[in-house]
Design a protein around this ligand. Structure first.
Ligand code: SDX
Length: 433
């Protein structure tokens, strides 16, 4: 970051001495006011629940321009990566900062492919879950449990171990995700196949059965690979901030990623793709849309349009556009002519985008709005949608965790608070209460 000529001066109407704070530029995007010395100089904290105006770190991985609706991974626009890259190429870019050469790509693919098996004892680990457990509950447990099987890559001070743990998670999270799915439907686990590419291997582990050959549909594999690219990283979103905070204490990488999965599960975050499809199914038909739009606008109704709105994007989420195109491609490939959920989604989008409430609040479809329709058409149950988001986001979490751990100025994250509880008081024996 670069010191700006500009400075910020904080003055107080009660005559307390004013404070000057440096301003820094990034490469693009908003400048920051460096308040690190504010408490020492004023005895006061800033107050920003939800971090609406707070930069928690400097990062060179991903950039969102919320007003323009732009998303860059290491400077490359998401539209170009989604059409020209495959997911592992995007993983390499996020991890190392540059697109791989042909030999770097084949070496990276080789290394990831040969880490896709999990320790055989992990299969028994699954037996502890109820068959009707939500797959995200299984993922939180099983990814956290990787630390119990791969001790040799938990020393975060060792760059070699950091890289092995990173490779292991990018490679093994899809295997665990497929096992979580198979376990809930009572089918046998399917081992990874090294002759398949990353996403075809994942589809094979999810949908192959021992009784007959399974052929991965290349159009669906390409569509899912693109969906993984769209979900790979997204600045300091809630789950990434969770991973960074967990990692700031020196926790091992498997535990940090498990914490990220737990946070992603929330319906306001990664759980929105499951919630959005349930909402479209509840609306059911185009003629019921006005009723739900009214509920979304009603201050007394907690209902929100799932898959709409975003903390950063105050314009169309660029990923939603690509998701919508992908949903049409997948439905066409599968010969699904009339998908009522897609009709409802497109009409809901049309109505919402012409409604003053949504225009004034700058609420647009986000990445979760169309993804459910595509994933459902591919054969995934809604309970697996957020698991697929976690499979894709694992590389983003790891890239951000690695950047934080390798930052020489890294400190444990420890926010302060505005205390509004009881002033000091003395204990009263129960006889006197
Ligand atoms: C993801 O951060 C990321 O980058 C996340 C993500 C990623 O890749 O990591 O992009 C992935 O999580 C996408 C978001 C998925 N969530 C949803 O689709 C759930 C529905 N959306 C909302 O819950 C909401 O829009 C959030 C959580 C996404 C953003 O919430 P903010 O930024 O805290 O905004 P807000 O709740 O303060 O809303 C501002 C106003 C409010 O009205 P007022 O109180 O000002 O009158 O807009 C309204 C809200 O009521 N509003 C909505 C709405 N979203 C916001 N009203 C109806 N429907 C909605 N979806």
């Amino acid at each position: 970051m670069k010191l700006a000529d500009n400075k910020a001066t904080l003055s107080f109407s009660n005559g307390s001495p004013s404070v000057e704070m440096p301003v820094y530029h990034g490469t693009i995007g908003p400048d920051v006011i460096d308040i690190r010395k504010l408490y020492a100089q004023t005895g006061m904290f800033t107050y920003d629940p939800g971090f609406m105006s707070t930069a928690s770190c400097q990062s060179s991985i991903t950039y969102n321009d919320g007003d323009k609706g732009e998303l860059l991974y290491r400077g490359y626009p998401i539209e170009q990566l989604a059409t020209s890259c495959d997911f592992l190429e995007t993983c390499y870019l996020l991890l190392y900062g540059e697109l791989p050469t042909a030999s770097q790509k084949s070496d990276f693919d080789y290394r990831i492919t040969r880490h896709t098996m999990v320790h055989e004892q992990m299969a028994r680990f699954f037996q502890g879950f109820r068959r009707d457990a939500h797959p995200m509950a299984v993922m939180v447990g099983s990814v956290g449990a990787l630390a119990a099987f791969y001790h040799d890559s938990t020393d975060i001070t060792d760059p070699k171990q950091r890289m092995i743990a990173s490779m292991r998670m990018i490679a093994k999270v899809p295997t665990l995700a497929a096992m979580a799915y198979k376990y809930t439907i009572g089918q046998p686990f399917v081992y990874p196949q090294n002759n398949l590419d990353y996403t075809s291997n994942f589809l094979n582990m999810c949908f192959a059965v021992p009784c007959e050959d399974y052929k991965v549909n290349p159009v669906l594999a390409r569509a899912l690979d693109r969906i993984f690219i769209l979900h790979a990283d997204h600045e300091q979103n809630a789950s990434t901030s969770t991973v960074r905070l967990a990692g700031s204490s020196g926790a091992n990488p498997f535990a940090c990623i498990a914490a990220g999965i737990a946070c992603l599960w929330g319906p306001a975050h990664g759980g929105a793709n499951e919630a959005a499809l349930k909402m479209l199914a509840e609306i059911g038909s185009v003629d019921r849309i006005p009723e739900f739009i009214a509920r979304a606008k009603d201050k007394n109704d907690p209902f929100r349009l799932m898959g709409f709105g975003h903390r950063v994007y105050k314009n169309y989420d660029p990923r939603a556009k690509i998701m919508q195109k992908t949903s049409h491609e997948v439905l066409a490939e599968l010969g699904i002519k009339d998908e009522p959920l897609l009709d409802v989604a497109m009409e809901l989008e049309r109505i919402a985008l012409s409604d003053d409430y949504f225009i004034e609040k700058k609420l647009y479809p986000n990445v979760d709005f169309y993804s459910g329709i595509t994933l459902k058409a591919m054969g995934f149950p809604t309970s697996m949608f957020t698991v697929l988001f976690a499979v894709a986001r694992t590389v983003g979490w790891i890239a951000q965790w690695k950047e934080m751990v390798e930052d020489p100025g890294q400190k444990i994250g420890r926010p302060r608070q505005l205390y509004t509880g009881s002033p000091p008081r003395d204990y009263q024996p129960i006889s006197k209460r």
